[in-house]
Design a protein around this ligand. Structure first.
Ligand code: ADP
Length: 240
């Protein structure tokens, strides 16, 4: 009983200490760097609709979208060292090592359009990534889009992209107009087998972040298992 009580007290002290550190970093950034950067994180399992909803959030907030998945795919198609190193992880549905992701993020946040904050999509995905992020930018809101696992596989396996516009379609839920159907492509990691590994990675490494942000008081939960417009409206309500 005593040990349980003392471990609870210890955990509470750790949380308070962590909150104070975040507050201190925030004040330091504002006072010493004159920087008032505040970002939003879109959080949720693969296929939750983060990319789709990012468009609406960008429109409402003016924050640019920073998708680590898109950045990694761009690095891979350019054949950079980082892209080639990330390839095997992505194709196996595993997370790319934190060091590589943090390099990408640090570079991206130096760009001019990121100076007032960004909309993160697919980042952070591990506790160490979230801890590193807290030293670079203030996170004002984490929007968690929740979708049950049983719906994810069907969503992802039927997902298609228009390579010309980047628009995402779904063979059943959002069919593309017939004139562009033939040019649609499917992501290499959108197979049933890879989706199952991505879901495993999500549950073991990423889902614990919900608790991390809940303790910091910035987590907002959205039911992602409704139609696209209803999800968008629920998100917009959080932003007004
Ligand atoms: P989804 O959310 O649909 O799984 P993404 O496009 O966000 O897809 O990411 C594709 C892949 O890129 C992931 O499965 C993973 O291998 C890698 N990846 C993207 N973002 C991160 C990240 N923050 N940390 C580690 N790996 C990442």
């Amino acid at each position: 009983m005593d040990t349980l009580w003392s471990s609870m007290v210890k955990r509470k002290q750790e949380i308070t200490f962590q909150k104070n550190i975040f507050l201190w970093v925030r004040v330091k950034r504002k006072v010493f760097l004159g920087c008032n950067m505040s970002s939003i994180v879109l959080f949720g399992p693969p296929g939750a609709g983060k990319g789709t909803q990012a468009t609406a959030i960008m429109g409402k907030t003016g924050l640019p979208q920073v998708s680590t998945g898109d950045m990694l795919r761009a690095a891979l198609s350019k054949g950079t060292d980082l892209g080639l190193e990330a390839k095997e992880y992505m194709e196996a549905g595993k997370l790319v090592p934190d060091e590589l992701i943090l390099l990408l993020i640090e570079e991206r946040l130096k760009e001019k359009d990121a100076e007032n904050g960004v909309l993160f999509d697919g980042f952070p995905r591990t506790i160490p990534q979230a801890e590193s992020l807290s030293k670079i930018t203030d996170v004002s809101m984490v929007i968690s889009i929740e979708v049950p696992d049983e719906n994810i596989v069907e969503r992802i396996v039927g997902r298609r992209m228009d390579p010309e516009t980047g628009e995402i379609f779904h063979v059943k839920f959002k069919p593309a107009p017939s004139e562009i159907k033939n040019r649609l492509i499917q992501r290499k990691d959108d197979t049933e087998e890879t989706v199952r590994s991505r879901l495993n990675a999500y549950h073991s490494q990423t889902a614990p972040l919900a608790g991390f942000y809940q303790e910091l008081g910035v987590l907002k939960i959205i039911n992602g298992n409704q139609n696209i417009v209803d999800v968008t409206n629920s998100i917009i309500e959080l932003l007004v």
